[in-house]
Design a protein around this ligand. Structure first.
Ligand code: NDP
Length: 280
């Protein structure tokens, strides 16, 4: 029998940190399997799935530009992927090839790890952004029963997303001052604050005392938003754990082991980010 194999398909994929993440877990649990980069052009996607079974793939991750394109090749997609309109993980369930989306699991897993019990008292969240990361955050927070307000530069996108999820409201960024006062959790899900971009400017003096501030950005690890929030006494959550926790679900499906997000793993990825990104 050949060793179990999992993949990440995308184009390009060379920059992905997923092989480092899953490679770490394979080694840690002594599993003689592999996690391989599969650079698949859009016009090669059909061939990839035509030879899927004979290639012995247990499953894998899906990244840009295939997150929607893989859907016709799958037998089923789960609720998260249906709601988010994108697949990032594939696995077998019996004879069925299933597509899921683990970004919301990653978003919540990180929060659960860094602020255990946060959702016992949190009722209201404000998410800034209306792209893919905001979608994952909104979906995750909805499953935990929070009321969610979405604020975005392009108001129509925030309103569309709010309507898509139902029971949420969409606003422009000008609504932030008013919303911050009742927020138990503030999430930056924009690309502002990322190395090379402008910082996100939020009037933190308006934020409810005791609110948690979560930034999905992980380069740099501590954004200006998190630095300022920490200085004001808020508990903060950076984006690296979201990246690490989104991999847990896939690894468990493929290799039958629920992997742990350890300090050692975090340190390894931080070192890699710093080595490849001067200034991070
Ligand atoms: P999208 O391109 O889908 O969305 C970008 C969002 O940022 C939009 O809401 C956009 O607003 C907003 N935005 C961009 N520039 C500005 C600006 N100058 N002023 C105000 N708003 C702005 O990106 P994603 O959602 O996929 O990713 C967002 C960030 O999250 C990225 O930095 C990414 O690295 C990070 N991320 C982190 C993950 C993790 O695991 N930690 C996972 C996924 C993403 P508008 O709609 O008006 O354009």
């Amino acid at each position: 029998m050949t060793n179990p194999r999992a993949f990440i398909i995308g184009h390009p994929v060379a920059h992905s940190r997923s092989p480092m993440l899953h490679g770490y877990w394979l080694k840690r649990y002594g599993i003689a399997g592999s996690y391989e980069l599969a650079d698949v052009r859009p016009d090669e996607l059909g061939d990839f799935f035509a030879t899927y079974r004979e290639s012995g793939w247990l499953g894998g991750n899906v990244t840009v530009p295939h997150k929607l394109a893989v859907i016709p090749y799958l037998d089923r997609i789960d609720d998260a992927a249906t709601t988010m309109g994108a697949v990032n993980t594939i696995w077998w369930e019996g004879d069925e090839l299933v597509g899921g989306n683990t970004d919301a699991i990653g978003f919540l897993g990180n929060l659960d790890e860094l602020v255990p019990g946060w959702d016992r008292e949190a009722r209201a969240a404000v998410i800034i952004g209306a792209g893919g990361a905001a979608r994952a955050a909104a979906y995750g927070l909805k499953t935990r029963g929070l009321s969610v307000d979405l604020c975005n530069r392009t108001v129509s996108r925030a309103k569309e997303l709010a309507t898509h999820f139902g029971g949420m409201s969409g606003h422009g960024l000008d609504a932030l001052p008013e919303l911050l006062g009742k927020a138990d959790l503030l999430v930056n899900a924009t690309s502002l604050g990322m190395l090379g971009n402008d910082p996100l400017k939020v009037e933190l003096s308006m934020l409810k005392d005791g609110a948690i501030v979560y930034d999905v950005i992980y380069v740099p690890l501590e954004t200006r938003l998190l630095k300022d929030a920490k200085a004001r006494g808020h508990r903060t959550v950076d984006g690296l754990g979201m990246l690490l926790h989104q991999g847990v679900h896939g690894f468990r499906h493929w290799f039958g082991q629920t992997p742990e997000v350890t300090e050692e793993l975090r340190a390894m990825i931080v070192e890699d980010i710093r080595a490849k990104t001067p200034g991070a």
